[in-house]
Design a binder for this molecule. Structure first.
Ligand code: MG
Length: 281
């Protein structure tokens, strides 16, 4: 038995996760939370939410940064709008990330997850140096709050991600491994990638996808229920066990416009993961 908790990606007032009532209905005790909107990031709402969490014995393993203006409509729009790479919004988003870190601290959350965006490929460019410097500032701020950054996988190859982590050179930068993103963005085999970043993995998303039949890296693949795509759910969870990962297995299913279907599919994923965990010894 691989004895790690199952969690789910959750949203309160923004983002693509399930809402908290669904977490309770599904009987889960572990969540990752998409950043609440600015108006909800008050000490009062933190203490109300903490009360709810305690009442239901639910633990938040990570808060994921999310910013206004981000769009995942196409891969190209994602590159233009997401994370800390777009220069126009970079400084304001860094300040907002500090605020989110402080809010996460009120909730006792250690890991701050982030899609930093498409990191520029030329390591000698000014743009690359600027993104490295921005993420270094973020890591330093998180360190003061006894927190760490987890980079969501997918938007670049794992080799490029490892180089970036190395260049940021902070001891509180890790990875949240999302195997489906590697397929969605056309980056490569998720299991091989997982082995390469093994020592940095501090969170995972149990998400699945089918690669595009168009041009990888230009056209999106298709997100599908966990276990029905090209990730190979069983191999993924076995590999997590083999690399010694002992955090939560957080299910992510990004179809908030179909809440009933979302709940059903998450429930099916819970059953599948439990059965795979049970076979591991
Ligand atoms: Mg993800």
């Amino acid at each position: 038995m691989y004895n790690v908790p199952i969690g789910v990606f959750t949203s309160i007032d923004a983002g693509l996760g399930v809402n908290f009532e669904v977490v309770c209905e599904l009987g889960l005790k572990s969540i990752q939370l998409h950043t609440p909107q600015r108006g909800s990031r008050t000490p009062e709402s933190a203490s109300n939410f903490l009360y709810k969490l305690r009442e239901n014995s639910v633990k938040i393993t990570a808060i994921f940064l999310g910013f206004e203006g981000e769009s995942y409509e196409t891969i190209e729009i994602t590159a233009q709008t997401v994370g800390f790479v777009p220069p126009k919004t970079r400084d304001a988003r860094l300040v907002e990330a500090f605020e989110i870190s402080d809010f996460a601290k009120l909730l006792g959350v250690i890991y701050i997850g982030s899609h930093i965006g498409f990191v520029p490929h030329d390591r000698r460019s000014n743009e690359y140096a600027e993104v490295v410097e921005t993420i270094r500032s973020l890591c330093k701020y998180l360190k003061k709050n006894s927190q760490a950054l987890t980079l969501e996988t997918g938007q670049e190859s794992v080799q490029a991600l490892l180089t970036f982590i190395n260049d940021v050179a902070c001891d509180n930068i890790f990875v949240n491994f999302d195997p489906a993103n590697l397929i969605l963005y056309g980056i490569g085999n998720p299991i091989e990638a997982l082995k390469l970043v093994a020592k940095y993995v501090r969170g995972v998303h149990c998400k699945d996808a089918i690669a595009t039949t168009g041009t990888p890296g230009v056209d999106w693949g298709r997100e599908v229920p966990f276990g029905s795509g090209q990730v190979d759910a069983e191999k993924f969870i076995r590999t997590l066990y083999e690399i010694g990962y002992n955090g939560a297995l957080t299910i992510e299913r990004e179809i908030p416009q179909q809440p009933e279907k979302q709940k059903e599919e998450i429930n099916a994923a819970i059953k599948l993961i439990n059965s795979i965990k049970g076979q591991i010894n």
